[in-house]
Design a protein. Structure first.
Length: 297
């Protein structure tokens, strides 16, 4: 039997990767793991691995608590779902802790019990920050690996990432909208929060991907087009699966609306102008949303 395609969706952060995971999870030709972001390839460093393991063990405790509630409420279907998620998380933890020579434990975690599927996937946006060498190792794990990089309007992506950061960092006494704009201010004036910019550095990341990944195994997709029939069909054709109607039409993990201060918007757009121009020259015509943000300047 032909091995399934192994998809790495490596971002960008806040560009629709959670929506894509849910779409593929519900697709009849795919067999997705219960964990969206495996964080295997970015945890070879001991400190990073330990930090990720702590987070996963905490998640298992949360799932066990949810399972106990489901048992008490006699929700058998939820108990079964929690059992599956807990077992898959335990398997991933074992793979992260295992000998990584040949990456066999990780490959087994992704594929075991998913026979007959055309596609399995690891959707971890942080992989976009990896080196050429790490990406090549990912590429060579299987002859059927493919890479998908979703790119969202640079200003929308930046602001969405900042809002996510503000939600995570906000203290009880802080106002969410002010917190988000303060992060942007510090980024523009003091060079803080550089990792947010790095996650959306499309020219740098796409150049790297094109160096390492053969053309037929790499797709750069505008996130805005993913929600159209044509854009979704393009992704499915690339992955070798039939297009299916999505159960959820709108994006996932959309944060509360927060207005960017008018005085910060032109400077933020100026910071990203090179990205707009580079993508237009090297990827393709910009979607309408990208054009609209540029026009608002």
């Amino acid at each position: 039997m032909t091995a399934p395609t192994l998809l790495y969706c490596i971002g960008a952060t806040k560009a629709g990767t959670t929506w894509l995971y849910r779409y593929l999870h519900d697709h009849p030709e795919c067999a997705m793991p219960a964990v969206k972001e495996a964080h295997y390839w970015d945890t070879f460093d001991t400190d990073r691995r330990e930090k990720q393991l702590i987070a996963y063990r905490a998640r298992i405790r949360e799932m066990r608590a949810a399972k106990a509630e489901a048992i008490a409420a006699n929700r058998g279907w939820q108990v079964d779902n929690m059992d599956r998620r807990i077992n898959e998380m335990k398997g991933l933890i074992a793979a992260l802790e295992a000998d990584r020579t040949g990456d066999s434990a990780y490959a087994a975690w992704l594929t075991e019990g998913r026979s007959g599927a055309k596609l399995v996937a690891d959707i971890t946006p942080n992989y976009a920050t990896l080196s050429d060498e790490d990406l090549a190792r990912m590429r060579d794990l299987s002859p059927n690996t493919k890479f998908l990089y979703l790119i969202r309007d640079p200003l929308d992506r930046l602001w969405s990432h900042i809002r996510m950061q503000a939600r995570r960092q906000r203290q009880a006494h802080e106002q969410y909208e002010k917190k988000a704009n303060n992060i942007l201010y510090r980024m523009l004036n003091r060079g803080h929060e550089t990792h947010i910019l790095e996650r959306g550095d499309y020219p740098k990341i796409i150049r790297k991907l094109r160096r390492v990944i053969p053309e037929g195994r790499l797709l750069i997709q505008f996130a805005e087009d993913m929600f159209t029939p044509e854009g979704l069909a393009r992704i499915c054709t690339f992955l070798g699966i039939a297009p299916a109607k999505p159960a959820v039409e709108r994006t996932a993990n959309k944060g509360p609306e927060v207005v960017m201060l008018d005085k910060l918007r032109p400077r933020a757009l100026g910071l990203l102008n090179e990205h707009y121009e580079w993508v237009a020259r090297n990827v393709g015509p910009l979607p309408q949303r990208w054009q609209d943000n540029l026009a608002r300047g």
